[in-house]
Structure formats: structure tokens, C-alpha cells
Write a protein that binds this ligand. Structure first.
Ligand code: ADP
Ligand code: MG
Length: 612
């Protein structure tokens, strides 16, 4: 499946369970059962023995009554023998039952563990376009809803599904063995108890998908609300977000109520069927015992078998909706597995050596979504060691340039070359290993400062971490903290100021010893003095590296080796600060609009002229 198909967009599950669903479940689970073939065979063996012992119980009962208790003369040897058999059988079944429960729990929980791991690994492999398109809640609900539903279905499959199913099968055979006519009446229980549940289960099933979709929406709303609390409080949005949440919750109620009621009706309708048939077969049987048609032992054994069969059937009918739900879950999980990464390493991809000469954008064109191009005809050569700044209005494509160089996306036209090698022909790992990135908003993990820096290079030594912190000029600050490098930064780094967070992010980028440094509005969210200080730091760490810096604050780019002005995805001007001012074009206009804020009088051209 191409990965531009939205995840939660199918009209599946309109029907109830179908043999093809069972096939789909089996096919999906097949690979996951492979490591557990041995225990699964053991499980089947135990199941078989248990079933045979169980099937002998009614026969023993019939024998006990007819031969031991109600014949011409009562026989103690028969009574003792049968009771001894029943006692032993009960013991055996208990022991086997525990073994079965153990193996069952062990095997199926492990399969779920494997499935979670496989799914997580798959999500990790997906490329960025998937994540820009997909709500986190949708991926979460695969793990929280679907995997959990599957866990429920799998761990109860043997005890609620297979054991009762086998019981139904051998019970039916026994009923016919006891008396064909009574057996036929008893068999009516199937159409009667299956039709009702089928009717209700089909509806419950169709709605269960809606229910989970509603749940995903509720979950997304909670998640968004929790992350947006600052905005919610500041704008006094509590009331309106509650109203919105209440509406989503009501939508959930409408579906959920029906799912639960219909689910209960599945059970109710099947037990009603059992009651009716029970009355018919018991009445006729009693009459035939009276007329001498059948023995008392037969009636009692028939009765016992019928009751336990009815009981087993309610299990089976309750299990069917779970299977149906599992089929739906598997469908969803499969959809996620079917998502393919758009950015892939070629089979013959080589490791990219460290940047030696230059980065070249060659007639690069790119768009996020079909339609208009977000970048067009970008031709740019960046020799090693240069400090390049990208400026331009918001939305002009600056960040996109960096994303392409990181190969988060591939160009749609043209190519990006590093030392003559097309990025598409090298491994992503070797490319990114030599790039350090600092964004405007850097995700800091709720871990220690030390661990956060180490995210840049997982095998970094404490010395390397300290060196990076020094270079980012935050070492002294860290040392002054009571817990030093072990200080926990809080959720998303909330214990630190904006400038400190940025410095930590710089340290994280530097610990990789990157050949290429990407700075995307790294200082834009900071106040003026902090920004100036941070820019000094950046100038210093940039010395022996190639730097691509995106900013909309021109004050930080004056000293750049090369400035690229972007407008609507095109390079409209490039050169040094002085050259661009002298051109009197877009850059000059930008410069004027920004410097006027601080200095109404100064004409930038004066500066340029006097500095020459
Ligand atoms: P800049 O960094 O210059 O502000 P960007 O490179 O982020 O601009 O964006 C360039 C254009 O691409 C904008 O029109 C923006 O709306 C669009 N864009 C950016 N990111 C995405 C995305 N993930 N999905 C779709 N469109 C995007
Ligand atoms: Mg941007």
C-alpha cells in the first residue's frame, strides 16, 4: 500500500465473522506462532486428552445409574468403580487444566510481546511523510486498542473458544448416541441459538469499529488538550475545550451504548434458545422413561450432556464477537504494517564518507503534497567550511531545504549531492551521522542533562559530553547545578530557560562532531541578548564546520559567508551581506523592514559605503 493512504480510512467490518476473517487471522498470526511451535503442540495434546476424559464422564454416569443403581439388583462394585473413575478423571482434568492455563498464558503473552515489538520497530522505520500525515493518536490506538483487543482474543482462545467448541462437538455425538430422536431435537439448539446471536453479533461487530474510532478521537482530544494546557489557560479555553470534549464523548456514547447492548443481546438470545430446547427434550425424555422407551440412566446422562453443551455453546457464541473484533484489529495492525517508508536505503547504498569538498543542490524541486511546488529549481553550491544563511519570509522553503539535506524527504526533481554522491545512493545512517541539527524547538527528553546530550552520540564518553557542553558554553551553568550533569530537565526540558535549552540542544548536536551543522531558527525564540550571546557561540563552533543556518532575523546573518534569499520556494538572491545590500533588491527590503524597528534614522547603505 502506498503510504499516502490515511490510516483510519476503511469501511471494513461491515459484516460479521466470515471464514475469510478466520483465514486472515491465521495468516497474520502464522509468523508469530513460529517460535512457539513446541508449546503449541503441547497445548493441543493437553486439549485432546482433556476432551477425551470429559467425554467419558456422561457415559460413566449412564453406566452408574443403569447398572449400579437402578437395575434388578444394585451393584456396589459398579458404584465404587465408576466413582473411582470419576475421582481420578477429575484429578487428571484439574492437573491438565493448570498445565494448559500455564502454557496458554505463556505462549500467547509472548506472541503479543513479539507483535508489539515488531510493530514498534516498523513504526521506527517509517519515514517522516508518514508522521506528518498521521495523528499520533492513530498510531497510539494501534497499540492501546488493537493490540490489547488481540491479546484478549488470543489469551482466551483456548479456554473460551476451543475447549467449549470441542465440548459442543463431542456432546452432540453423545446425544445422538444416547437417543437419535432426542439427539435431533437437541440439535435444534444450533439454529435457534446461532440465528439470534448472528443477527446481533453482526450489528455489534459493525459498530465496534466505529466505537474504536470514537475512542481514538477522544484520546487525541485528551492528548492535544494536555499538551496545549498553556494556551488553554492563557486564552481561557477551558470551557470551550470541555464542550468539545463533551461532544466527542457523546458521540462515543451513542455508538458504545449500542455495542454493549447488542453484545448483551448476543448472549441473551442464545441462552433463551437453550432454555426452549431443554424443556422440549427433557419433557419428551421423561415421558419415554415413563413408557420404558429409554432407561433412567440415559435420560440423566442426556440431560447432563445437554446442559454442559448448552453452557459450552454460550461460551462459543460469546467468543465469536471477540474473534470478529480480533479480525478488525488485525486489519488495522496490518494497515500499519503495510505502510511503507518513502525514504529507503538502496540495496547497494554505500556509506557516505565525511564531507570533503562540497554540498550541491542540483535543480532541486520538491513538494509535500501534489499540486504546487514548495521548492523549485534550486541550484546551490556550498563548499566545505562555509557558513550559509537562508533567509526569506515564513513559508518560503527554508526549513524544507534542511529537511531535504537531512534526507527526511527525497527531492521530486533534481538531486542533492555531497562530494558528488547523490544522497539517494548513500545510507541514511552515514549521512545523518555527520549532521548535527538544532531547531527552534528542540525535543528534550525527561532525563538527565548528561543523557540528553548523549542522545546526539549514544556511545559518547563523559569527556566528550563535557567537551560538547563547553563548546556550547553551558558547562559552567551545568556544573553550578546541585546535581550537575545528572540534573533531570523535566518534561520537554521545562526546568530550563529557553536559552539553556538551546545550548543543550547545541551540545547535543556538537557531541556528534558533525561535519555539517543545521540550525533552523535556533535562536529565533530567544530574547535579544540571549540570542546575541548564542550567536557568538554558534560563530565559534561553526569555524571548522559547514553550517546551514535558517533564520528570519537578519541581524544573525551579517557575517555569514553566503546568504541565500528564498521566496516562494525559489532562490531570488544570493551573496554576502554587503553584496546583497548593494543589489537593492529583496534582501535590502527585508533588512530595512527589520532594522527600522531599532533605528529609524540609520540608512544601512551608509554603513556599507563607509565600511568600504
Ligand atoms: P520556512 O521554513 O521558510 O518558513 P518551510 O520550508 O517550513 O518554510 O515550508 C515551505 C512550504 O512548505 C510552506 O508553504 C509550508 O506550508 C509547506 N510545508 C512545510 N512543511 C510541510 C509539511 N510537513 N507538509 C505539508 N506542507 C508543508
Ligand atoms: Mg521554517
Amino acid at each position: 500500500m502506498p503510504d499516502d493512504v490515511p490510516l483510519l480510512d476503511h469501511e471494513d467490518e461491515a459484516e460479521d465473522i466470515h471464514p475469510r476473517d478466520l483465514w486472515a487471522i491465521a495468516r497474520f498470526l502464522g509468523p508469530f506462532t513460529r517460535p512457539y511451535r513446541g508449546p503449541l503442540f503441547a497445548l493441543a495434546g493437553i486439549l485432546l486428552i482433556e476432551t477425551v476424559i470429559n467425554a467419558c464422564f456422561p457415559l460413566a454416569m449412564q453406566y452408574l445409574i443403569d447398572e449400579g443403581l437402578s437395575g434388578e439388583e444394585k451393584r456396589l462394585d459398579v458404584v465404587v468403580g465408576v466413582l473411582a473413575f470419576l475421582a481420578l478423571g477429575t484429578l487428571a482434568i484439574t492437573g491438565l487444566g493448570v498445565a494448559l492455563d500455564y502454557v496458554n498464558a505463556r505462549v500467547f503473552t509472548r506472541m503479543i510481546l513479539d507483535l508489539r515489538e515488531a510493530l514498534f520497530a516498523h513504526v521506527q522505520r517509517l519515514s517522516l511523510p508518514f508522521f506528518t500525515r498521521t495523528h499520533a493518536g492513530e498510531v497510539l490506538s494501534r497499540f492501546s486498542g488493537d493490540v490489547v483487543a488481540l491479546e484478549g482474543t488470543l489469551t482466551t482462545m483456548v479456554t473460551w473458544g476451543l475447549v467449549p467448541l470441542f465440548e459442543v462437538i463431542y456432546s452432540l455425538a453423545l446425544l445422538f448416541y444416547f437417543n437419535v430422536w432426542l439427539g435431533l431435537i437437541a440439535a435444534l439448539v444450533f439454529p435457534l441459538t446461532l440465528l439470534g446471536p448472528r443477527f446481533f453479533a453482526a450489528r455489534a461487530f459493525a459498530l465496534s469499529y466505529d466505537k474504536r474510532q470514537r475512542e481514538a478521537e477522544v484520546l487525541s482530544a485528551v492528548q492535544e488538550n494536555v499538551s496545549a494546557q498553556g494556551v488553554v489557560k492563557a486564552f481561557g479555553l477551558a470551557k470551550s475545550t470541555r464542550a468539545r470534549f463533551g461532544m466527542l464523548n457523546l458521540l462515543w456514547l451513542a455508538v458504545s451504548f449500542r455495542v454493549h447492548f447488542l453484545g448483551a443481546m448476543v448472549e441473551r438470545s442464545s441462552t433463551t434458545g437453550v432454555y426452549v430446547i431443554h424443556f422440549l427434550s427433557f419433557g419428551l425424555g421423561a415421558y419415554w422413561v415413563y413408557t420404558g422407551e429409554i432407561t433412567l440412566g440415559t435420560l440423566v446422562a442426556f440431560e447432563a450432556t445437554f446442559l454442559s453443551m448448552g453452557y459450552a455453546m454460550t461460551y462459543v457464541t460469546q467468543y465469536v464477537p471477540m474473534l470478529a473484533q480480533a479480525a478488525g484489529s488485525i486489519h488495522h495492525i496490518d494497515d500499519l504494517f503495510a505502510q511503507e517508508s518513502q525514504v529507503l536505503d538502496m540495496p547497494c547504498a554505500k556509506a557516505l564518507p565525511r564531507l570533503e569538498r562540497e554540498i550541491v543542490f542540483e535543480k532541486v524541486g520538491f513538494h509535500y503534497a501534489e499540486g504546487e511546488f514548495n521548492l523549485q529549481e534550486i541550484d546551490l553550491r556550498i563548499p566545505k567550511g562555509t557558513f550559509v544563511a537562508f533567509v526569506g519570509a515564513s513559508g518560503s522553503g527554508k526549513s524544507t531545504m534542511l529537511s531535504l539535506l537531512l534526507r527526511l524527504y527525497d527531492p521530486i526533481k533534481g538531486a542533492i549531492l555531497v562530494d558528488g554522491q547523490d544522497l539517494r545512493t548513500v545510507t541514511q545512517e552515514s549521512l545523518r551521522a555527520q549532521i548535527g541539527t538544532v531547531f527552534q524547538d528542540n525535543y528534550l527528553f525527561n532525563a538527565s542533562i548528561c543523557d540528553n546530550i548523549r542522545m546526539g552520540k549514544l556511545d559518547a564518553t563523559p569527556e566528550q559530553i563535557e567537551a560538547a557542553a563547553r563548546a556550547a558554553e553551558i558547562h559552567d551553568f551545568i556544573r553550578a547545578l546541585p546535581a550537575g550533569y545528572e540534573t533531570i530537565v523535566g518534561e520537554r526540558g521545562s526546568q530550563l530557560s529557553g536559552g539553556q535549552r538551546q545550548r543543550l540542544a547545541i551540545a547535543r548536536a556538537l557531541v556528534r562532531d558533525p561535519a555539517i551543522l543545521l540550525l533552523d531558527e535556533a535562536t529565533s525564540a530567544l530574547d535579544y541578548t540571549t540570542e546575541a550571546a548564542l550567536n557568538d557561540t554558534l560563530q565559534r563552533v561553526a569555524e571548522e564546520r559547514t553550517v546551514l543556518m535558517v533564520t528570519h532575523r537578519l541581524s544573525s546573518v551579517v557575517s555569514a559567508d553566503h546568504i541565500v534569499v528564498l521566496d516562494e520556494g525559489r532562490i531570488v538572491e544570493q551573496g554576502t551581506h554587503e553584496e546583497l545590500l548593494a543589489k537593492g533588491g529583496a534582501y535590502l527590503a527585508l533588512w530595512r523592514s527589520q532594522t527600522e524597528i531599532f533605528d529609524e534614522e540609520a540608512d544601512p547603505l551608509d554603513d556599507v559605503v563607509s565600511s568600504r
